[in-house]
Design a protein around this ligand. Structure first.
Ligand code: C5P
Ligand code: MG
Length: 317
């Protein structure tokens, strides 16, 4: 009603404008042209609420391949944890060729904007199952994994150290939830010196025999589109994640959006999606699904800026 009374309307508008200025987040990184937001005011509200609640209420859930690792560097693709195993130390030329053929068949399905996750699911199970069978046949030796990681071109995104170190410094748990190979993932994080005590990993782990030779993969298979089940089975039970209702979620696939489904009584969830590939075809679905979309951004600048704001030293509690 007040809005229809002209002499009240102007002061109200002024007060609202001042209030907006006062409460506006000071995150210049969010104004970059590589950043897309469907609803900027919701992002602002969630970030404010997270800041208000403080580091003690926060947990970060992140995908690994192509989210914490770079997608490409100088025009060349960065290997995923599966692709790091493509090293003659571990697998034969023939096995590498067959894994590449499978990648060329199934990766286009994984990122196909015209198919639903439900349609993709059986293809993903097929891909992962075939690759894991091939890897088991190769009798991979556990003691050679560090060398294979070291010889690979894998790179974490620029700014990764600030990201891992800040979370560790504020004792905010970081759950890395990956459909990649857990043993390789851990080695990548170790070799980058950021495997802090607050880091927890849910992934596909190798099972080695007494001689340290790969004989199977442990537990339920995790692929890109069944992370919800993994979240409900594993993440929901981790004591370190209890009573932390605010979640910063990072991913590069629409399947990653279900990684927070195991959080009990969530209050504020902010999702950030890296759109690395097939940008034009997938822009709309990412824009409609993630709160913040980062287009061809190989850095951790935006997640770091959000974290700096949410758990800065000026915390209120
Ligand atoms: O860590 P994240 O969940 O992203 O790991 C899964 C990624 O690994 C998928 O996006 C998929 O493209 C990739 N992948 C691969 N080779 C396989 C299976 C999956 O590069 N054999
Ligand atoms: Mg990924």
């Amino acid at each position: 009603m007040v809005y229809h009374v002209p002499w009240i309307y102007t002061p109200v508008r002024t007060i609202l404008a001042i209030w907006h200025q006062l409460t506006k987040t000071e995150i210049p990184e969010l104004t970059r042209c590589s950043v897309l937001m469907r609803d900027r005011s919701r992002v602002e509200e969630v970030i404010h609420a997270m800041r208000w609640a403080g580091a003690g209420s926060l947990q970060v859930i992140s995908d690994f391949d192509m989210t914490l690792t770079r997608f490409a560097h100088n025009g060349t693709r960065i290997p995923t944890t599966h692709n790091i195993l493509d090293n003659r130390l571990l697998i034969s030329e023939d096995c590498a060729k067959r894994m590449k053929e499978l990648l060329n068949t199934y990766y286009p399905v994984e990122i196909d904007a015209s198919r639903s996750p439900e349609e993709k699911l059986p293809h993903m199970v097929e891909w992962w199952t075939k690759v894991h069978e091939l890897l088991i046949q190769q009798k991979i030796r556990k003691d050679l994994l560090p060398q294979a990681v070291n010889e690979s071109t894998v790179m974490l995104r620029d700014g990764y150290k600030e990201f891992f170190d800040r979370l560790a410094g504020q004792q905010v748990p970081l759950l890395i939830f990956s459909a990649g190979v857990g043993d390789v993932l851990e080695e990548v994080v170790q070799q980058n010196h950021v495997f802090h005590p607050n880091v927890h990993v849910i992934s596909n782990y190798m099972d080695f025999d007494q001689a340290g030779v790969l004989r199977a993969f442990r537990g339920q298979l995790i692929h890109t589109f069944n992370k919800r089940e993994g979240a409900l089975c594993h993440a929901a039970g981790l004591p370190e994640l209890q009573r932390r209702p605010n979640v910063l979620l990072l991913g590069d696939s629409l399947g990653d959006l279900t990684m927070a489904d195991g959080v009990s009584e969530p209050e504020n969830i902010l999702t950030i999606g890296f759109l690395n590939d097939q940008v034009e075809q997938r822009k709309e679905s990412y824009f409609n699904s993630f709160d913040i979309v980062l287009v061809k951004d190989e850095t951790m600048d935006v997640p770091n800026a959000v974290l700096r704001y949410v758990i800065s030293a000026r915390e209120r509690r």
